[in-house]
Design a protein around this ligand. Structure first.
Ligand code: 13P
Ligand code: SF4
Length: 317
């Protein structure tokens, strides 16, 4: 985009934002220019917290649909806007409330833990919600004798099983972006950059391979499996100077801002979430100007989903 056009758009957004009393939240995978205009950029947990604490009348959610729904559940008296309704999520689409009800019927009495990447209807059928930054903690506080259904991400579920040592029933869902970051590609990167630290999102198909390689001592100084925000913080704080980043490439924008002298290499440069990238500056401007697209969650789904999300937020406090 031409510089003049971009600065004009940014001016329009700033005026509309003031007029509307709006707060702009953006996920770490958003386009660089969208991250740069947001009041807060973060991971799913951080964004949920910000939405819950918001005193703005309008929240423009630069992320995907399930995230805006979570904000609408936590801040029901605010106007939550998603700039593009096409911003979906292949992982959230991998389980419906009907499928979850059928799964629960096969395991009566089981505790249901749903990843935040689910629809509000699926959250409403769940006992706990979790994000990549607290999934282990959520599972750890469930009594050991209880059966647990974990959905929808298979790789995150396997990671939680590995860390907690607990056997879970794990749904076979996956994110097509993270599943494509696999062991073979990662091994090639690691061979080319010996000594680099590896930052892995637990949704990745390579998580198991990476941890096994780390266990065999084949990786560099550290392998960290964490949320996008955990990766950003680790990259800024670590004394290492080179990092291989195994998640959607958008997260490297903040890493480069916070640690400009360090090297950040994508484990798979094609790991680009098409849903996250649908949000553009034009769409943010239109969203503020026309108050679209308002995301609401009907009752009783909202109250039931809120209970699952609030249980998670209490555990992570
Ligand atoms: P984080 O919560 O780690 O940011 O991950 C969310 C996610 O997967 C969005 O795609
Ligand atoms: Fe969904 Fe994957 Fe995109 Fe995250 S990266 S929003 S999990 S499709």
């Amino acid at each position: 985009m031409a510089v003049a056009t971009e600065s004009l758009l940014l001016e329009e957004i700033s005026d509309l934002k003031r007029e509307r009393g709006a707060l702009i939240l953006a996920h770490n995978y958003q386009r660089d220019e969208v991250q740069d205009l947001a009041d807060y950029v973060g991971d799913s947990l951080g964004l949920s917290r910000r939405a819950a604490a918001a005193d703005a009348d309008v929240i423009v959610f630069c992320g995907v649909h399930f995230m805006a729904e979570t904000a609408a559940v936590l801040a029901p008296d605010r106007t939550v806007l998603l700039p593009d309704l096409e911003a979906g999520c292949s992982l959230a689409a991998s389980i419906t409330a009907e499928q979850l009800r059928a799964w629960k019927a096969e395991h009566p009495g089981a505790v249901v833990v749903s990843y935040v990447n689910t629809s509000a209807e699926v959250k409403a059928e769940s006992d706990y919600c979790c994000t990549s930054s607290n999934a282990v903690r959520v599972v750890e506080q469930i009594p050991a004798d209880r059966e647990i259904l974990f959905c929808p991400d298979f790789f995150l579920g396997s990671h939680v099983e590995r860390v907690t040592g607990r056997k879970l029933h794990v749904w076979l869902g996956e994110c097509h972006v993270h599943a494509a970051i696999h062991g073979a590609e990662l091994e090639r990167q690691l061979r080319s950059h010996p000594g680099a630290e590896l930052l892995v999102h637990p949704e990745c198909g390579c998580t198991t391979a990476a941890l096994e390689a780390a266990g065999r001592g084949e990786l560099g100084p550290a392998t960290v499996v964490t949320s996008t925000e955990g990766m950003v913080r680790h990259a800024a704080a670590s004394p290492a100077d080179t990092f291989i980043v195994a998640t959607e490439v958008g997260v490297m924008h903040r890493m480069r801002q916070l640690a400009p002298a360090k090297n950040f290499l994508a484990a798979n440069p094609d790991a680009i979430c098409p849903y996250m990238k649908t949000i553009t500056l034009e769409k943010v401007r239109d969203s503020l100007r026309d108050l679209k697209h308002r995301i609401t969650v009907p009752e009783p789904v909202a109250t039931r989903a809120r209970a699952a999300i609030e249980r998670m937020v209490e555990i992570s406090a």
